[in-house]
Structure formats: C-alpha cells, structure tokens
Design a protein around this ligand. Structure first.
Ligand SMILES: [Zn+2]
Length: 382
C-alpha cells in the first residue's frame, strides 16, 4: 500500500551552526534528532584562494540525507534550499528506498525557505581528486580536451581527509596529499583539501559516498560553476545499487552548482592506457589499498597487478609508483575477490594477452577460471 500522508513521523533538523569563509573556510552543521545533537564539520584549505560562503543550505541537506533516511526521520533544513535541488533530493529518496530498503526509509524533506536557484556565474570547475586512476583520468580528459565541448579548465583538485583516507591517519594523509599535489601540478592545477567527519553520518559508505562528495562540492557553490568527480565504472558496467552511477549522479546537482560524474565513456584499462605516457602518473599514481613503505602501491595485490597489466600493455614494464614490477610470481599470488575485479582483469587480459609475458597470462587466466569455478560451486551449480 502506498503511504501518501505519513502520520507522526520522527523529525531531524539541521542547522548551520558556524561558518567561516576565506582560504581556510569551515562549516559546522548541527544535526538535531530526538534528544540528540551531533555535529558534522568540514574544514577547507584552498591554497590561498578565498572561498566564498555558500548562499544556500543545499550542502547541509544532502549531507544529512542518508542519516535522516536511515532513522526514518523527516528532514527539516534551517535555511534556504534550491527548489530544483530539493526535488532532486526527493528523487534520491525514492531511488534509495527502492535499492536499499534495509538501510533507508522514505522521508519528507523541507526547509525554512525554498527558492529558485541561481548559477554562481563562474566558469570554473573543481574536481574531487583522490590521486587514483579515475580521478587522474578525469583531470587529464578535461585539461587535454578529450571530452570535446564538455572539457573545462579545472581550477583545483580537491582531496578529502575523512573519505578514503581516514580522518585521524595523518601519516597516510600526508603521503596522499604529496602525491596528489604532484599529479595535479603536472597539469598546472593546484590542490585544495578538505577535512571532514561526514563519514560518521554516511550509514553505508559504498551506498552514500556520492552524497558525501556532493556535500563537499556544494560548499564551493558561490566560488565555482561546476563540480566534478570521477565515474567509478564505464556506462556498460555500472553497478546498482552504488553510491555513484548515472542514475544518482545527476540528482546531486543544483542550479547553483551543476555537477558531473566524469569518465563513464571509458573503462579502467582504457583510462590507464591514456594516462600511461605521463611521467607524473607513472611516479605518483595511487591505486593500492594496502600501505606499502613507498606509500603508493605494493605491486602485489589484485588491484596493483591489474593496473600493471594495463601499464605494461601501454609500453611501461616498470613504473616507479609500484614497489614491484609485474612478474609471473606476483601474478600467481593474487586473489580475485568479486565479480567486478574479475571482469576488469578479464577485460584487460582479453586486449593485451599478446603483449604480456606468457607466464603472466597463464597465471592470471588460472585465477580468472578459479574465480568462476568457485562462484559456480557457491551457487550450487556443480
Ligand atoms: Zn597493491
């Protein structure tokens, strides 16, 4: 039965508690729910460039949305929301209730004031920048005109502490920042940083990270004209449900700040092939989830080996960013953990087997076949 008018639902209220603009701008949002009050906060370093204060509370609304849906609490924003953005958020609620009813409940969203949005007038774009393959490809694609009329000069790459890099891991943060800065510098783009505790409110990171990214970008709405981040998958291999894909990404923009998830027209192997000729990429790319001594890439895990396959095929058998080159031994020791990893490796291998050492190809094909066999067994087909 469709619930048209919910009766006596819990309420969550978000209030902009403090804000500071300038080159070290910061925003604090209080989340009031039942008798509890918690704070979300963001601190920016925009490399000497003053960041204007946002003129809407759009960022606070999208930041609190997963938390409100998870608590089945209607969301009220103390401030102004763009009408179009509010409608987009309502669509997002519908999306997530259909995709993950175990996590998210249908709620209503409202604000003190709902107004027609206005563009900032700026032509500048800011790109969320992790220093990995997808983000670096989005950077290069824009700066080198690969995207045709969609290409825009990127004014800054924005790296976040508190997303992939843990909030209190300053050692890892320092390394990630260093390499991101080097990659961006190769394209003449400055690094901006943001530190935030938002992940505490994400409910399920893999489902909601797009909302966390949008919350960061919308805090720049008065200073830039376009918010960018990298698409995780190509359009023919999109994942549903997932925090960023071609269904949810368009719903995260507003008239004040359009956003785009960039790079869906290319798969990961193609992206690496495109980037490989950049020396900075071969020295500073960061794809590995382990923490090897060089702070970059172990060269041994499945993701590293898969990346090295594409780099080798592009003509680079040894890359400084990886502790180990691709060998039959490292290829023999990987573990393929899921279907996405299987498909990405199978795709790269189908294209490049003739360019790789035969011993490497045999080892990788063994792991692909083993993954498929184990999957069949687990599904009871054998
Ligand atoms: Zn690795």
């Amino acid at each position: 039965m469709i619930e048209l008018v919910p009766v006596r639902r819990a309420r969550m209220e978000v209030r902009l508690q403090a804000a500071a603009s300038g080159e070290n701008s910061a925003h604090v949002v209080e989340v009031h729910h039942s008798t509890h009050v918690r704070q979300m906060w963001w601190r920016f370093d925009t490399a000497g460039r003053p960041l204007l204060a946002p003129h809407t509370a759009n960022f606070a609304a999208v930041a609190a949305l997963p938390w409100a849906m998870a608590h089945a609490a209607d969301l009220h924003v103390r401030g102004v929301l763009d009408r179009t953005f509010l409608e987009n958020l309502e669509d997002l609620v519908d999306v997530w209730v259909r995709w993950r009813p175990d996590l998210f409940q249908r709620i209503r969203i409202d604000a003190d004031d709902v107004a027609e949005g206005r563009p900032s007038g700026s032509n500048e774009a800011v790109l969320m920048f992790s220093g990995g393959v997808d983000a670096t490809f989005a950077l290069a694609a824009h700066m080198e005109g690969l995207l045709g009329h969609r290409s825009r000069p990127v004014s800054a790459g924005l790296l976040v502490q508190g997303f992939d890099v843990p909030l209190h891991d300053d050692g890892w943060w320092s390394i990630a920042r260093h390499h991101a800065q080097r990659l961006l510098a190769a394209f003449g783009v400055p690094l901006w940083t943001c530190t935030t505790n938002w992940r505490e409110f994400s409910v399920d990171w893999e489902m909601s990270f797009g909302m966390g990214i949008a919350a960061v970008l919308h805090q720049c709405e008065a200073s830039i004209g376009l918010g960018l981040w990298a698409a995780d998958e190509s359009y023919d291999h999109e994942i549903i449900p997932w925090g960023s894909n071609s269904i949810v990404a368009p719903l995260l923009g507003s008239p004040s700040l359009p956003v785009r998830a960039e790079g869906g027209g290319y798969d990961r192997d193609e992206k690496i092939g495109y980037l490989a000729h950049h020396e900075a990429v071969r020295r500073h790319l960061r794809v590995c989830w382990r923490r090897p001594p060089n702070g970059l890439n172990c060269g041994r895990c499945e993701k590293c080996v898969r990346t090295l396959v594409s780099l080798w095929a592009a003509g680079y058998e040894r890359c400084e960013a990886f502790e180990m080159p691709l060998t039959a031994l490292t290829a023999a020791r990987i573990r393929i953990g899921n279907q996405v990893q299987h498909d990405l490796l199978a795709n790269a291998l189908s294209r490049h087997a003739s360019r790789l050492p035969r011993s490497v190809v045999i080892a990788l094909r063994y792991h692909l076949a083993r993954f498929r066999l184990l999957k069949k067994i687990s599904m009871g087909r054998l």
